[in-house]
Design a protein around this ligand. Structure first.
Ligand SMILES: [Zn+2]
Length: 55
C-alpha cells in the first residue's frame, strides 16, 4: 500500500502522490502543513487523486 500526501486544514479535496506537487504546497495563506497517510485512508475521507501528480 502506498502513502499519499494531503494538506492539513479544511482546504483540501485531493490527495497527492508527489510530495512536491504545486497543488499540495501552494496557496500559502491557507497552508497549514501537510501529512501523509495510506491511500486507502485518503479515499475514506472522500479525497480524490490529484490530476497533477504523476505516478
Ligand atoms: Zn498533486
Amino acid at each position: 500500500m502506498s502513502a499519499v500526501y494531503v494538506r492539513i486544514g479544511e482546504y483540501r479535496s485531493k490527495y497527492h502522490s508527489d510530495v512536491d506537487c504545486p497543488s499540495l504546497n501552494g496557496k500559502q495563506h491557507t497552508y497549514m502543513g501537510q501529512e501523509s497517510m495510506a491511500e486507502d485512508k485518503a479515499k475514506e475521507q472522500c479525497l480524490a487523486a490529484c490530476q497533477h501528480c504523476k505516478r
